[in-house]
Design a protein around this ligand. Structure first.
Ligand code: BV8
Length: 239
């Protein structure tokens, strides 16, 4: 079983989803706060935006849907893989051991200009820490350190994509039922939104658990409309 989650699974924990009214995201245009150009133009604004989201994520708790997925992982072992678009860390706090964070994490920081390895960063205040980088001996006063998040126009980690491809090929060839379940995602953002097509090619039965009818509904064979906490409490028996 391959599960893909999006912002909707964290909605019942109290975290905002992305596509609210008129495309603003927490009051900002996405390209201002979730693109390399936006960071280079106004790193202070981007840090304020991400530290606010880091603060919000620390204030809430994982919900029953996160916990159900942690239970499925424990029950199915290596026949289960969770990949999330979320950066809020709630899957890990619910007990998921092997979640792939394909869009990065609010709680890691890396250098925008060199390959300094990402490091854990739980700071809730914009700090001088973000100025200068030990990795690239960056002496300029520019803010070199940034959230370890995949922004629009940036590549996802090829190792993550290769791991997903290997899992789908092995699951499809196992001779056992292979289910792909997307939960709480509007299907807007690629390449994550394209995973369902690849999973189906690999032999998966495809399911969507979502509150609203998404843009890519026709790519799913089964649509379980409703709140993730309610649908997931009974979905396992349907797979
Ligand atoms: C890339 C980090 C190569 C920021 C994010 C192919 C076709 C078209 C476009 C592209 C393409 N390839 C690349 C692109 C461009 C772009 C893209 O997809 N643009 C879209 C907008 C058209 N993709 C990229 O740039 C990606 N990079 O492909 O690199 C490349 C390189 C250069 C040039 C070209 C290509 C990088 C994408 C990653 C962007 N970063 N996040 C951050 O999080 O701070 S994406 C962002 O959107 C979040 O990660 C979020 O998770 C993600 C998707 O949103 P959702 O999770 O789906 O959330 P949303 O609010 O939309 O929906 C929530 C759903 O939940 C709703 O449907 C709602 O009904 C439901 N719901 C609500 N409550 C509940 C619920 N469901 C159940 N229960 C509930 N209680």
């Amino acid at each position: 079983m391959l599960v893909l989650t999006g912002a909707g699974i964290s909605a019942e924990s109290g975290l905002a989803t992305f596509r609210g009214t008129d495309g603003l995201w927490e009051g900002h245009h996405v390209e201002e706060v979730a693109s390399p150009e936006g960071f280079e133009a106004n790193p202070e604004l981007v840090w304020r935006f991400y530290i606010e989201r880091r603060r919000a994520a620390l204030k809430v708790e994982p919900n029953a849907a996160h916990r159900v997925l942690a239970g499925w992982e424990e029950m199915l072992g290596d026949r289960f893989l969770l990949v999330t678009q979320n950066v809020d860390g709630l899957h890990q706090r619910a007990g998921s051991q092997r979640a792939i964070e394909i869009h990065g994490s609010l709680f890691r920081t890396r250098c925008h200009y060199c390959d300094l390895p990402a490091f854990e960063d739980l700071s809730l205040e914009p700090q001088r820490l973000h100025h200068g980088c030990v990795g690239c001996r960056d002496d300029a006063q520019r803010i070199a350190l940034r959230p370890d998040i995949v922004w629009f126009g940036e590549m996802l980690d090829p190792a993550h994509l290769a791991q997903l491809e290997r899992f789908m090929v092995q699951a499809g060839a196992s001779g056992k039922p292979f289910h792909f379940v997307a939960i709480g995602t509007s299907g807007h953002v690629y390449p994550a939104a394209g995973l369902v097509v690849r999973a189906r090619q690999a032999g998966a039965q495809t399911h969507l658990v979502n509150l609203e009818v998404p843009t890519n509904l026709d790519t799913f064979e089964h649509f379980h409309q409703g709140e993730a906490t309610k649908v997931l409490s009974t979905l396992y028996s349907a797979c």
